[in-house]
Design a protein around this ligand. Structure first.
Ligand code: NAD
Length: 361
């Protein structure tokens, strides 16, 4: 297969980690007889500096024509310390999500056995946890209108709106994903209180008749927050709205340990964006210590979701598993039991992983 991939490395460690994503994808293409072409473009602070805007119209047009986008991270301390700055790196991110209609944010939460000691949760609760969030990304209370501060300055209003088609399109993706996994879907809402949640639940219930092979549980969000850390193994696919998903997926990220291990995909009906969940980490940028594994795991999501290449995706995931089993770590995932000689920099761990993929051929 021929695929055209746009690489938006972004800022800080974005450049350091995306280059390893590209190398892994290139190796996979060589091994499996595909042709991947990579085009670079700017986003975030680097785009503001070079092009005067965090995401140019030309870059958007190129992205729309691509088969997938690999993104690093955006952000620079000069904006974080100046909340009044009108032009900001993260505007590039919001703009691209909106322009590409990326209504579904997918975040796998999987604990690699070798990293179980790095979590603050008990190993016997964590072992085997492996689930997938489908979070609605372009609607709900983060986008609803009106939103306003009242004239007296002491009251404010936000609006939560969901339309049936918005629930249906992401629910369909989540059901389809559940079918390829353990066939368990938890839909999270607050239907005992919120009318928009009652519409959410009703829509999921209607759709579930098309998926009789998938077991559906409707769970209130407060209970879900508790169940996630009480018994994460009960979950397979979690379907949720924008704000509930924002909060729950960050909570769940702690189940998988380090930020440097977590991948994500944002997809709509066409091209998808694949990126690590971490930011530009200016504190470690340029020091060759950033963990590239979240970005590499994001390429596995790209292979699976956008290209339908399951075997290729599993080749990447298995290689990460093997790398961790052999004891190698970047410093963010090392602990007191790690052999100091096995703590590697970005380039060194990237090369180890590439060699594993090559040797497994
Ligand atoms: P961050 O994720 O960049 O960093 C948080 C901590 O985790 C830091 O100590 C960092 O060194 C560490 N870390 C992050 N990724 C790592 C990796 N791959 N390997 C090893 N350690 C890693 O979050 P922050 O410090 O809150 O934000 C920094 C900048 O990133 C800000 O400008 C913020 O706006 C931006 N940001 C961007 C995104 C995105 O592009 N999607 C997400 C979050 C934050």
């Amino acid at each position: 297969m021929n695929k055209n991939i746009i690489v938006l490395a972004g800022d800080g460690i974005g450049k350091e980690v995306t280059q390893w994503g590209v190398k892994v994808l290139q190796e996979i293409a060589d091994q499996f007889g595909h042709t991947f072409t990579f085009e670079e473009a700017l986003i975030g602070h680097s785009a503001i500096v070079a092009e005067g805007a965090p995401l140019s119209d030309e870059t958007i047009e190129r992205c729309k024509k691509a088969d997938a986008i690999l993104l690093g991270a955006v952000g620079h301390p000069m904006y974080d310390n100046d909340p009044s700055a009108k032009v900001r790196p993260e505007q590039g991110l919001l703009k691209i999500r909106k322009e590409l209609g990326l209504y579904s944010n997918i975040r796998p939460i999987k604990i690699f056995d070798e990293l179980i000691g790095a979590s603050s949760l008990k190993p016997e609760i964590l072992r085997g946890a492996d689930f997938l969030f489908y979070r609605e990304l372009v609607s709900g209370i983060y986008f609803g209108r009106p939103r306003e501060r009242f004239n007296d300055g002491n009251s404010a209003k936000d609006t939560k709106v969901y339309h049936r088609y918005e629930v249906e399109r992401i629910a369909r993706q989540a059901f389809d994903a559940a079918r390829t996994r353990r066939k368990i879907l938890h839909s999270i809402d607050k239907a005992n209180v919120l009318e928009s949640s009652r519409l959410w639940r009703e829509t999921v219930q209607v759709l579930s008749t098309e998926y009789p092979d998938v077991t559906v549980t409707h769970m209130f969000v407060d209970n879900a927050a508790m169940q996630l850390i009480r018994d994460p193994l009960q979950f397979d696919v979690i379907l949720t709205g924008n704000m509930f998903g924002d909060i729950l997926s960050d909570e769940a990220s702690q189940i998988a340990g380090s930020l440097g291990m977590l991948a994500s995909a944002s997809v709509g009906d066409k091209v998808g964006i694949y990126e690590p969940i971490h930011g530009s980490a200016p504190d470690i940028a340029g020091k060759n210590i950033a963990n590239p594994l979240a970005t590499i795991l994001s390429t596995a999501l790209m292979l699976d979701i956008s290209f339908g290449m399951k075997e290729e995706a599993n080749t990447v995931i298995d290689a990460v598993d093997q790398l961790l089993k052999s004891g190698y770590r970047t410093s963010d995932i090392a602990d007191s039991t790690t052999d100091k000689n096995q703590i590697l920099g970005t380039k060194e761990i990237g090369n180890k992983l590439l060699n594993i993929i090559k040797n497994n051929k």
